[in-house]
Design a protein around this ligand. Structure first.
Ligand code: IFM
Length: 746
């Protein structure tokens, strides 16, 4: 595979940054990239395993660590923080999803100690982790290896000094060939079983140590200077929310992995990743930097691909604890389109996760005085609102920042309905619509019908909300929110209409109790929903926005740090916008606006947007590309592609920015390649950046596999699988026959 990412030089301060960008995962497990030879706070994240947490309601658990190692030569530890390091190199191979480490230190007793490892979080055996390592003693003597399951991992909280431990140890057990630890989350909802075994082929002695920090297999062997010694550590990490015994199944999986051996496991893992990359094939000829950043982002996105619908994609992935492992609108609006087009069955799982939590969303609506289903702004494993109402700012907990998003950022409910519709239009998955999608659409529309208030002058208004621009709280009639609510209401009314022609759908509508009168009321509300005024073609972001203090920023800059204190401290009084808001809406509902209107709004809002949220640039970049603002589009594409590799927001240590990764793919797909669905037809209207010779990519559309090769003035399309397909390229319609490439020129 094309890309390997190499890093050298050890620095304890930077370990947490590398921890994120060198994370390995398979959608089920996430193991951060901190080097195994040093102690670490970070253990394992298991998608879907949460625990009750003060402030955050529930947060993803930092489970025990099963990759740590300690090495000693003649009693002297290999220690990166105290010994002179001759070599420290790490390489992430994103083609094979393998992390390699090479270390050589100078021993105080004289001579050197060399270490090389290959770390794998197995692609298809979701619970298996493997660490193969080699030790090269530069001196003869006794080598001691400690291979522990560390139970001293804790969740970092809102301040570095404060951590939370989310599990208690139930038991440690030792076996002839393995050690085992079982822990239980503090709320008792989950038990996690971890088994580990180090395979040592040369003569050695082995004993077991248990203490408050965990359990370890300890090995001692005589080694000779200049020789190499190889070891393989196998670990299995599994969880249950039931009462079942997990120790025996976990030990069995460990033994199965060990019996298969490293070569077989590695081959299976490589095959798994070859398949993923073949489905997600993207090439950018003529811009290696762009391609590299894109593939790096897609790699991390694919590592988070959920294994089932118990949990969806979280804001920072299985990579870290930022946003406590919660699911936001980031998933449906930013990340899901990539999955929908490349791994549609995974996009379906993500939406089924929302469906599974429909009852919680109904309760949420009821608790807030509404009807239907109101999805939480932040969601964890049980679908209840998980946004912290406040985050303390000091150690006493007396001073806190009040967070209103959980109470007011209601647009997420319409965003989910939007994603259901997008997924359906793109995949044609009738089974999904019948079993899950329709009910989500009806229930979310019901929420909006109860959320609006009739105002005799304005019509239906939606008061006290936060739009995507979180600088402005408690606003009335957010353009984004009201437009999305209207969309949601009309969508539901349209589906009731369509149900009349579809028996299965009409059964769903009937079971949900949706009547023609109700649909008529949705249409009426939609028709009279108040949309904020326009001035000179510019949509007001919310009532009163135009009266705020005007302030503009350099569109090529990022974040709030560049603002003078008097502005930074009073953002809500200014017209500054945190992230694409009106522009995000114009992206999502682009068919409702003409190009000139989009251009006016873009020109107005761009210099007023700080991009303090990483979700902002993708939307602006897509629209910039449509409008022919090629410099901005390309600049944002590159920033998104390197957001974590270059730590652009300074918070990469908290996890990977998955919405940006999904947004990056959308810049390519929707922006530069200009792929869209118009009516029922797939449209392609590319605008490649300067210097890009060709983009080649694959995706799936309604059962067909589409291979695209796009040049500035030429598009080559081929479909495999599926039936004939009509598409429109550069305004010209053409019929594609399976297996026959069609080339269209401007
Ligand atoms: O969902 C986003 C939000 O739009 C801006 N703040 C961060 C959240 C999680 O990424």
């Amino acid at each position: 595979m094309r890309y390997r990412f190499s890093f050298d030089g050890y620095s304890p301060e930077e370990e947490a940054f590398y921890g994120t960008i060198l994370t390995l995962g398979n959608g089920y497990l996430g193991i951060r990239g901190e080097v195994e030879l040093e102690p670490s706070l970070y253990g394992t994240t298991i998608a879907g395993v949460y625990d009750y947490a003060p402030y955050f309601y529930r947060e993803i658990v930092n489970a025990p660590r099963a990759v740590g190692l300690r090495l000693f030569l003649n009693g002297e530890p290999l220690s990166l923080s105290t010994q002179r390091i001759r070599r420290y190199e790490r390489e992430l191979d994103i083609g094979e999803a393998v992390l390699r480490t090479e270390v050589e230190v100078e021993l105080q007793q004289g001579g050197t100690l060399g270490y090389e490892s290959v770390r794998i979080v197995h692609g298809s055996r979701k619970e298996v982790v493997i660490l193969k390592f080699r030790v090269k003693p530069g001196r003869s003597g006794t080598l001691t290896i400690i291979s522990p399951i560390n139970t001293d991992t804790v969740n970092p909280l809102y301040r570095e000094e404060i951590t939370a431990k989310h599990y208690r140890v139930k038991r440690h057990s030792s076996h002839d060939d393995a050690i085992y630890t079982e822990v239980e989350t503090t709320d008792g909802r989950y038990r996690i079983g971890i088994a580990s075994s180090l395979a040592v082929s040369c003569r050695h002695s082995r004993f077991i140590v248990k203490n408050t920090d965990g359990i370890a297999e300890v090995f001692q062997l005589d080694v000779e200077e200049g020789k190499e010694y190889e070891f393989i550590r196998y670990a299995v990490i599994s969880y249950t929310s039931g009462k079942d015994d997990i120790e025996q199944p976990v030990l069995k999986k460990l033994r199965d992995a060990k019996n298969a051996g490293f070569d077989v496991l590695y081959r299976e893992h490589r095959e798994y990743w070859q398949e993923l990359w073949s489905a997600a094939e993207v090439r950018i000829l003529g811009d290696e930097e762009a391609e590299k950043g894109l593939l790096f982002s897609l790699f991390h996105l694919m590592q988070c691909m959920p294994v089932d619908s118990r949990i969806s994609l979280t804001a920072r992935g299985i990579h870290g604890f930022g946003y406590r492992g919660h699911v936001f609108w980031d998933t449906e609006i930013y990340a899901l389109p990539f999955f929908m087009a490349v791994f549609p069955e995974k996009a379906r799982e993500m939406l089924v996760y929302r469906y599974n939590n429909l009852d919680a969303a109904r309760e949420n609506a009821r608790a807030n005085g509404y009807r239907g289903a109101q999805f939480p702004w932040e969601s964890a494993d049980d679908g209840y609102e998980a946004t912290p109402p406040a985050i303390p700012t000091d150690m006493t907990g007396k001073n806190a920042i009040r967070i209103y998003t959980g109470e007011e950022e209601h647009h997420i409910t319409a965003d989910i309905a939007y994603a259901v519709e997008l997924y359906y239009r793109f995949t044609g998955d009738n089974d999904f619509m019948e079993k899950y999608g329709l009910e989500i659409i009806f229930e979310t529309a019901r929420f909006w019908a109860s959320r609006v208030r009739y105002d005799k002058d304005k019509g239906y208004v939606i008061e006290k909300v936060i739009g995507p621009d979180e600088y402005h709280e408690h606003v009335n009639n957010s353009f984004f929110t009201n437009m999305m609510a209207r969309y949601n209401l009309l969508l539901a009314a349209r589906y009731l209409e369509l149900s009349k022609e579809n028996e299965a759908w009409s059964r769903v509508a009937e079971a949900a109790g949706v009547t023609e009168e109700e649909a008529e009321s949705w249409r009426k509300i939609a028709e009279k929903i108040y949309i904020p005024r326009q001035m000179d073609g510019i949509w007001e972001e919310f009532d009163g926005y135009f009266e705020l203090l005007d302030y503009t920023v350099d569109p090529y800059g990022l974040g709030e740090e560049r603002l003078p204190a008097e502005i930074r401290e009073h953002l809500s009084r200014t017209k500054l916008v945190k992230q694409a808001d009106v522009i995000a809406l114009q992206y999502l509902l682009k068919e409702q606006f003409d190009t000139e209107n989009i251009r006016k709004n873009f020109d107005y809002y761009l210099p007023r947007t700080t991009h303090a949220s990483s979700l902002s640039m993708p939307t602006y970049a897509i629209i910039a590309s449509w409008l022919g603002y090629d410099d901005i589009a390309y600049n944002y594409f590159m920033k998104c592609a390197y957001i974590d590799l270059h730590n652009l927001y300074g918070n990469t240590k908290d996890g990977f920015h998955l919405a940006t990764a999904g947004g990056l793919w959308q810049i390519l797909f929707r922006g530069f390649c200009g792929v869209d669905i118009s009516g029922d037809i797939l449209e392609i209207r590319p605008n490649l950046p300067q210097g890009w010779e060709e983009v080649a990519l694959r995706f799936r559309f309604r059962g067909s596999r589409i291979h695209l090769r796009i040049r500035k003035d030429r598009v080559a399309v081929k479909i495999t699988g599926g039936k004939k397909l009509k598409i429109r390229v550069f305004n010209e319609e053409t019929n594609l026959e399976p297996e026959k490439e069609v080339i269209l020129e401007v």
